[in-house]
Ligand binder design. Structure first.
Ligand SMILES: C[S@@+](CC[C@H](N)C(=O)[O-])C[C@H]1O[C@@H](n2cnc3c(N)ncnc32)[C@H](O)[C@@H]1O
Length: 336
């Protein structure tokens, strides 16, 4: 069955990549993209439930099962054909996106689709607390499906660094940290290393996805702070004090992927130079630590900070995010 992912608007390319990567991880193989019609993404992922995918994503709103796509003119009929199973009540919700044609009355469409389903099934409409919800997205085309799960956006906000017991002004937003962990495409239960763990933002998201998070940082206060933050959420991680160069030395563990947000500012110039060689040390450690085809997902302030093309890493993808008006970061996925 196909899945309809309603991407969040802020970073559509990255959001698509994240949803595809997470669905591929859940299915155990690469899933096919059937339609990209931003902010709708339709994936052919027969083994994946919408509810399970929604639980993993940072940059989406909803995921629906039974995805079906057609021209805008037949949106009501598409929604009307969704199988609501043995639900005792239902509602139809229409989301109209900016790129959809003008003049689509969403309330009328909800009513028309609802009438079709009601006439076909005899099941009653309940707008307040239905058993199931039929979703319709109007973009260049119309997409419909049965709501499987919704992303808890408020929970991501609640984990933002300013709300953590140990806080430093260095952590990227949890929804981007989540997307980065998903881009690593580690099989469930694998080990994810962040060698610049700071306040533990990556580790939290990795733990919540069922990975073994492993954080190292050369600053013992950060390692203690990460522990405090994770404990406050009932999460666990393996934590060590170590310079990035020594992150994996003499340890009993090996990471399946490295997901990290290296230091920048005073110690790492945004003009491409790296006075302390921190990034060079990270690339060299990652090349030793990662298995063949293991991924290094790294957030960089400048594309000039990517490793040399002659090295072991191949660039798989790069997406730029605007942290705020004057600050851009590049989320790079490198494969060993
Ligand atoms: C941008 S912050 C990481 C933020 C982190 N993602 C979070 O959620 O808070 C960079 C971290 O790198 C650490 N660091 C800087 N140089 C390092 C080095 N050579 N080896 C290990 N850690 C280092 C700093 O102590 C800092 O905690």
């Amino acid at each position: 069955m196909a899945l309809l992912v309603e991407l969040s608007g802020e970073q559509l390319e990255l959001a698509s990549q994240e949803a595809w990567a997470a669905a591929s991880t859940l299915s155990g193989g690469e899933v096919e993209v059937l339609f990209v019609d931003h902010p709708a993404l339709v994936l052919d992922a027969p083994e994946v439930q919408g509810r399970d995918l929604a639980l993993r994503l940072g940059l989406a709103h909803h995921v629906s099962d039974q995805a079906i796509t057609g021209p805008l003119e037949v949106a009501a009929e598409l929604a009307g054909s969704i199988d609501i199973g043995d639900a005792g009540s239902f509602r139809v919700r229409v989301r109209k996106t900016t790129s959809s044609i003008e003049g689509n009355d969403t309330k009328l469409l909800e009513a028309n689709a609802g009438t079709i389903i009601q006439e076909r099934t005899g099941v009653r409409v309940d707008l307040e607390g239905p058993d199931v919800e039929v979703r319709v997205m109007l973009a260049q085309r119309a997409h419909s499906g049965l709501l499987g799960g919704s992303v808890d956006r408020k929970a991501f906000e609640a984990r933002a660094v300013r709300h953590r017991p140990f806080s430093q002004p260095v952590s990227i937003h949890p929804k981007f940290a989540r997307a980065m962990v998903n881009l690593a495409r580690v099989p469930l239960g694998g080990v994810i290393l962040d060698p610049f763990c700071g306040t533990g933002g990556m580790l939290m998201e990795a733990a919540m996805l069922g990975y073994l998070p492993w954080g190292t940082d050369y600053d013992p206060r950060m390692v203690e702070g990460s522990l405090e933050n994770l404990s406050s959420m009932g999460l666990e991680a393996r934590l060590d004090v170590a310079d990035v160069a020594d992150a994996i030395d003499a340890r009993d563990l090996r990471p399946d992927a490295i997901v990290t947000d290296p230091p920048y500012g005073r110690s790492t110039s945004v003009h491409g130079s790296d006075p302390e060689g921190v990034l060079e040390k990270m690339y060299s450690m990652a090349a030793d630590a990662l298995p063949k085809r293991g991924r290094l997902v790294v957030c960089l302030p400048s594309k000039k900070m990517l490793p040399s093309e002659r090295g072991p890493f191949k660039l798989e993808s790069i997406d730029s995010i605007r942290v705020h008006r004057s600050l851009t970061r590049h989320i790079c996925v490198l494969i060993n």
